[in-house]
Design a binder for this molecule. Sequence first.
Ligand SMILES: CC(C)(COP(=O)(O)OP(=O)(O)OC[C@H]1O[C@@H](n2cnc3c(N)ncnc32)[C@H](O)[C@@H]1OP(=O)(O)O)[C@@H](O)C(=O)NCCC(=O)NCCS
Length: 326
Amino acid sequence: MAVTLVKHDIKYAEAMHELSSMPQVRDALGLPAGKVEDTINFIKRECVDEEEGKTVPRVVLNEEGQLIGVTSLMFIDHQKKSCHIGSWLGYPFWGKGYNLEAKTAILDIAFFELGLLRVFAGARKVNIRSQKAQEKLSFIRLGVESEYPEEHSWLEVKEKQPCVLNVFEREDFVRYRTSLEKVDGKREDFLPQLLLADDSEKVVRDYLDQGTLYKIKCGEVLAGVALIIPQSNTTIELKNIAIIPTYQGKGIGKEVLRQLTEICQMEGYQTVLVGTANSSIDNIAFYQKAGFRMEAIEKDFFRKYPEPIYENGIRALDMIFFSKQL
Ligand SMILES: CC(C)(COP(=O)(O)OP(=O)(O)OC[C@H]1O[C@@H](n2cnc3c(N)ncnc32)[C@H](O)[C@@H]1OP(=O)(O)O)[C@@H](O)C(=O)NCCC(=O)NCCS
């Protein structure tokens, strides 16, 4: 089973109208009885709102390309980096596992394309099925009404009745979506990714075949690579870690460090080392935020690189080693 999300289009009006007019959906959402023209107007409004950055409405298609529902990121607050999610599945498609797939796909957009931090999911208290469906998602946090009272009262005013408030946090979703997969085959294929973290192809080729290389997967998509090389029985070096640019700054690197240190600990290592250039200001912040401490400086490490490297207006000369005790 695999759902696809596509943009709203008037060609979906008939199917959307038919499914949303069934009492199981219409009553749950409190939709007024309407004609297909109303659905056409709704689709047009949604498209305008999307252009204005207020919403990301998506039609959910099943494996046969059939419209099975709608899922939308609504009331996007770009300052707070949050939004609300609204979804429905047509009654014939209930209980088939489509909810998890549609939610995962729209949350990929929220967290990895829009870079949001949290997505609120409300439900009317009378809508037990919707609440039960949300409770089944392992990456949701339930009952956050008192943590986000403003969001909660806003929701109850909008719905004109008591509601529950749940939330998808980026950190939980990133943990759910990120996995490490050992590379058994040719490592050469991953040179473009490894070169994101190390400018010299010669240097990368020198260590390419050592240690263990992992593909970083975000769902089924390649989001980066990480290479760890043992230095002794107790110390292992994170020689290279790179997240593909479109996935950077979304919490994946942090989650990879968490998973990698867990692996290294299970394998009996006591210390993880990682080096970064004196000019890599963002990386120096990144490792310290993940609990690494400065260990040593290897002066002039980067002088052996064929081309001088500049970042943040600083020449890369020295390697700063960070370590983390496991
Ligand atoms: C370095 C890299 C692996 C980090 O992965 P990432 O997915 O972008 O990182 P994350 O989003 O998980 O975390 C970045 C953290 O650094 C912080 N950060 C980044 N730049 C910062 C700065 N200048 N000041 C303060 N904090 C900064 C972010 O705020 C974030 O921390 P937070 O989530 O606690 O707020 C990735 O950006 C990358 O591949 N870069 C190119 C290759 C590279 O440089 N590799 C490392 C070689 S040593």
